[in-house]
Design a protein around this ligand. Structure first.
Ligand code: NAI
Length: 338
């Protein structure tokens, strides 16, 4: 028999009490799209995160099963499931961090932009819920096309009067994870030793790895630069083709999403020096949104870092990236304003 809600609440209170005594802050996190290919492993990994005290799993299908399954893991977070639009508000109320992997993924031959028509509407509805129920939450937006869904979310929040640019972050962490992996392979290093900034956006040529700024400082031949840049830009398509119709990256994405969410939670806790790349409101270029390194703190992306020195290859890539990004951003903005 599942515990009744009174028992569940007293269990939450007991665990909260326990955490308070240990001096361990616990954050409340919701995953919207929690029953999907990304959502399920993401929910599992967040249940393992010691910074999470309450985990809300929301989807329009299958959340009772996923919640029962993940709820049996003997880690600290209390898990609750929410199914369908009528339960969205309960899923969101009181949340500190909302992670959104809801929407359809790519099939072979599709670009991320082909997903716009379906995912734009889904993101709008979910962000309207956030504006109403947890306006101060940090939002990690994964649903593609990120280059357009982040501007959509910003417009929804503006309309509702709740927009705080620091709290809205498009997740580009998978591009960084891939870049670290591929660059480490070329350099013969462990990926953990490598740090590759990836700027711009999250689609094709808008994904711009800055190989001239790799840590540890490294030099690459023109062939290596071309190979690495293309492989990082096409990493998603590599997975879409290998899965041959069964979806896009889910497991590496869940890993990347948790890496990013954990950084956001450490920022919320007040840790110093938490820096990751994300697609955010920005003044680094003439575009209103751009991905660069940001410093995460109690209020979200508290500092947006400049690009730093680029080489000629990167300068050319940047111009190409900005052209496509400008169109994707405008498409997102017009979707709400029209
Ligand atoms: P999926 O189809 O396996 O799962 C999506 C989930 O969203 C499903 O469970 C579905 O029921 C749910 N959903 C649909 N409409 C919803 C709504 N209105 N409210 C709540 N949930 C809803 O797809 P997958 O593979 O998990 O991908 C999800 C999204 O993440 C796609 O848009 C994909 O393109 C994107 N993605 C983003 C990446 C990034 O680096 N930012 C990387 C990989 C995927």
């Amino acid at each position: 028999q599942p515990p009744n809600s009174q028992t569940e609440e007293s269990c939450v209170l007991k665990r909260a009490d326990c955490r308070a005594k240990r001096g361990a802050p616990g954050f409340k996190v919701a995953i919207l799209g929690a029953a999907g290919g990304i959502g399920q492993p993401l929910a599992m990994l967040m249940k393992m995160n010691p910074l999470v005290s309450v985990l809300h799993l929301y989807d329009v299908v299958n959340t009772p099963g996923v919640t029962a399954d993940i709820g049996h893991m003997d880690t600290g977070a209390v898990v609750r499931g929410f199914l369908g639009q009528p339960q969205l508000e309960n899923a969101l109320t009181g949340m500190d961090l909302v992670i959104i992997p809801a929407g359809v993924p790519r099939k072979p031959g599709m670009t991320r932009d082909d997903l716009f028509n379906i995912n734009a509407g889904i993101v709008r509805t979910l962000c309207e819920g956030i504006a109403k129920c947890c306006r101060n939450a940090i939002v990690n937006l994964i649903s593609n096309p990120v280059n357009s869904t982040v501007p959509i979310a910003a417009e929804v929040f503006k309309k509702a009067g709740t927009y705080d640019p620091k709290r809205l972050l498009g997740v580009t962490m998978l591009d960084v994870v891939r870049a670290n992996t591929f660059v480490a392979e070329v350099l013969g290093l462990h990926p953990k030793e490598v740090d590759v900034p990836v700027v711009g956006g999250h689609a094709g040529v808008t994904i711009l790895p800055l190989l001239s700024q790799v840590k540890p400082p490294s030099s690459f031949t023109p062939e290596e630069t071309e190979y690495l840049t293309k492989r990082i830009q096409d990493g998603g398509t590599e997975v879409v083709q290998a899965k041959a119709g069964a979806g896009s990256a889910t497991l590496s994405m869940a890993y990347a999403a948790v890496k990013f969410a954990d950084a956001c939670l450490r920022g919320l806790r007040g840790d110093a020096g938490v820096v990751e790349c994300a697609f955010v409101a920005s003044e680094v270029t003439e575009l209103p949104f751009f991905a660069t390194k940001v410093r995460l703190g109690r209020r979200g992306a508290e500092e947006v870092y400049q690009l730093g020195p680029l080489n000629e290859y990167e300068r050319v890539g940047l111009e190409r990236a900005k052209k496509e990004l400008a169109e994707s951003i405008q498409k997102g903005v017009s979707f709400i304003r029209k």
